[in-house]
Write a new protein. Structure first.
Lengths: 403, 299
């Protein structure tokens, strides 16, 4: 009998809640078996501001996915985003003490533990310790065991966030009587879906632009060197349009979708478009140049913030594979041209084509899809469900939970 | 882990995994609450189905292993509540129930052995045939066919006491009960050479079928003659000699009784109308010739 496990990838975003169910068979293959989608409420800039509204939306989406797949979920992989998420480099080094001067497993464990032990700010909880390549006497090595050297350095990119905000997100899932097996930064999850392994080895920056926040992750030598989130998203472009053109936010959002472009295409300042395009009272002409200019400025500002956060990691020579864009706002016209201009490297719009069917190919589902693949890859380390179901009574309980 | 405890622990080792993942009702949406309740109901339903199947299987296994015993056990639940009795004679329901003795049979319809009850009834000399039926769930049906007496016979028991017995058309001798005396007193006495007895019971009288035919013929076509008959004798077998108040001795041969009875009736009538006195002897065995010996008629 094949042992299978059903996991859910849940993204509670500012714009939507997306849930994908995947069946992992014998820890080797993943089949997407259910999909739930619900417009989001109670979430602002990736953070929960109304617990019950956000719960209702998330639970409705999970239930829809469960009903579609007609299975019970064993565990949830939850995406986290929002301005509270921060990252920092944690470094430590040890002298190699073995008589033959070769690195042992104990040396690695020791230096890793030291790097991870650094204090966090008050009321913060670690989300990821992303290991960067080791340095052995200053040279970068992927696996230093048995290599000769005198000094071993470990370097982690520690991603952490406000534990109250993380608790709220986890408790929403717990409120549906489900256990969160792992939390994953949204940028990391989407990068699994939209960036290839080759790109990650060469050096690539993945930017997931959502409605309320933007997540990013930069990869080199196949490892994540940095990841984070900034609380700026597609809503800010609409907001700037609203202020700049003195129109309502809803109208600004509509203009952004209809005429928005990340670079100014129309230089003629007299060219105008209808605001509502219904020719009714209140409809008026708006300069197209103004729309494109505002959008471009805002998008450039967003990318510059990301570039500033990444610092040296965002230099073009470190990103030979360029920038991959995903998320709802990545549908903005000419955004890849603007990206390439800002980062001075090539850019493309990512999609999930390599691992998803037609209806899930759009990059707005990259996070949920990436969570499933994250779950497949790391399930052996984070298999809480198996731990809970250990023993005869645990298995019996598991059988009843399947009903 | 509660938040305060985590804060005291220090932020260096604080991970998202330290956040407690208890399911709190406050955190549940209505959708989640419904799902939880439906899940519980399904689990209870499944547990009930499993329990019912298990109990059913257990009972089935017990039935398979102890089937016959269960059948007997079930019989204890079928007591006899009604006994229906039909008799074509003089034996009443009360007398039959006394003979049946339900308590001795266990008062269980399933336990009653119909054949043995039938044998018990047919062992009673007055009962010619008995039919016993079980009518489920609680009724025992008894139908009795009694012997019809054609004559009386007098015998003595071992202590020399005189016994008044009855004989039916098949020659069975029995001690009749519940007969009305008016019915018994009109029966003629049977005069035979010797009445044999075995195991305390009188043996069947052989060759009595012709007597039966004669008496039943007389009873039906000449009841006035029959009522006057006192003794029927087989001592001069195969001839049947009848003694009555009107004819001291009438001899019948064992054939065509109707004709012989008609002749006897004519002779008696003729004799009475001529006032020729009482007929002493009539021999009806000689065909057309009927010798009649008359005594002097005295008024």
């Amino acid at each position: 009998m094949h042992k299978s496990k059903v996991i859910a990838g849940v993204e509670i975003g500012t714009n939507k809640v997306a849930v994908l169910l995947g069946e992992i068979q014998e820890g080797k293959s993943l089949n997407v078996i259910g999909f739930g989608h619900c417009s989001s409420r109670g979430v602002l800039k990736g953070e929960i501001i109304d617990f019950y509204e956000a719960s209702d939306c998330a639970h409705a989406a999970i239930l829809a996915a469960e009903n579609q797949a007609k299975v019970k979920i064993d565990g949830v992989y939850l995406a986290l985003s929002g301005g509270h998420i921060r990252g920092r480099s944690s470094e430590a080094s040890v002298n190699i003490t073995s008589t033959d001067g070769r690195v042992t497993r104990e040396d690695i464990e020791h230096v890793s533990a030291m790097a991870k032990e650094r204090d966090l700010p008050e009321n913060c909880a670690v989300i990821h310790h992303l290991r960067r390549p080791y340095a052995l006497d200053g040279r970068m090595v992927e696996q230093p065991i048995a290599m000769e050297g005198e000094r071993l350095e470990a370097n982690y990119w520690t991603v952490y966030g406000d534990d109250r905000i993380i608790s709220d997100a986890i408790h929403i899932i717990n409120g549906f009587n489900l256990h969160v097996d792992d939390v994953v930064l949204s940028g990391l999850a989407s990068s699994v879906a939209v960036a290839t392994l080759e790109e990650k080895k060469n050096g690539v920056l993945v930017i997931d632009i959502g409605r309320g926040s933007t997540d990013y992750a930069v990869f080199m030598n196949g490892r994540c060197m940095s990841a984070g989130c900034i609380p700026i998203g597609g809503d800010h472009i609409s907001n700037d349009l609203s202020i700049g053109l003195r129109i309502r936010l809803k109208q600004a959002d509509s203009l952004k979708h209809r005429y928005g472009s990340a670079i100014v295409e129309h230089k003629d300042k007299t060219e105008k478009v209808w605001l509502n395009n219904d020719l009714e009272i209140g409809d008026r002409l708006v300069p197209l140049w103004s729309i494109e200019k505002i959008v471009e400025l805002r998008v450039r500002e967003l990318f510059n913030v990301v570039r500033k956060k990444l610092g040296a990691l965002a230099r073009p020579e470190r990103l030979p594979a360029g920038v991959v864009l995903c998320g709802g706002t990545s549908h903005l016209r000419n955004i890849e041209i603007c990206t390439a201009d800002v980062f001075e490297t090539r850019a493309r719009i990512g999609d999930n084509g390599a691992m998803a069917s037609e209806e899930l190919r759009d990059s707005q589902y990259s996070v949920a899809l990436g969570l499933l693949h994250y779950g497949l890859r790391y399930q052996n380390e984070h298999d809480h469900v198996t731990q809970r179901n250990r023993g005869f009574m645990g298995k019996l309980k598991g059988m009843f939970q399947k009903v | 882990m509660p938040r305060n405890a985590a804060s005291k622990k220090g932020s260096s080792s604080r991970s998202w995994k330290d956040i407690s993942q208890e399911v709190k009702p406050k955190a549940m949406s209505s959708t989640a609450w419904k799902r939880l309740q439906v899940g519980r109901l399904k689990r209870i339903g499944l547990a009930l189905v499993v329990a019912i199947v298990a109990i059913g299987a257990l009972r089935f296994a017990t039935n398979v292993n102890h089937g016959p015993r269960l059948l007997n056990t079930a019989g204890k639940e079928l007591p006899v509540r009604h006994v229906e009795v039909v008799s074509d004679g003089v034996l009443g329901k009360e007398w039959i129930l006394n003979q049946l003795d339900l308590d001795a049979l266990g008062n269980n319809l399933l336990k009653i052995d119909v054949a043995s009850v039938q044998q018990e009834f047919e062992a009673i000399p007055q009962v010619k045939r008995a039919q016993i039926e079980k009518q489920y769930p609680d009724t025992l049906f008894i139908s009795i066919q009694e012997r019809e007496p054609i004559a009386r016979i007098v015998a003595r028991n071992a202590s020399g006491e005189r016994l008044r017995l009855l004989v039916d058309g098949e020659g069975v001798v029995y001690e009749g009960v519940h007969y009305d005396s008016s019915l018994i007193n009109v029966l003629p006495y049977l005069d035979i050479k010797g009445l044999k007895k075995e195991d305390g019971r009188f043996l069947k009288i052989e060759g009595l079928d012709e007597v039966g035919k004669l008496l039943s013929e007389a009873k039906s076509i000449a009841p006035h003659l029959y009522r006057s008959w006192k003794v029927v004798s087989l001592k001069d077998s195969p001839h049947i000699i009848v003694r009555s108040r009107t004819v001291k001795e009438a001899r019948f041969e064992p054939k065509n009784y109707r004709r012989q009875l008609a002749k006897l009736d004519y002779i008696i009538d003729y004799n009475r109308s001529r006032m020729m006195g009482q007929v002493a002897k009539v021999d009806l065995t000689l065909g057309a010739q009927v010798p009649v010996k008359a005594t002097v008629f005295t008024q």
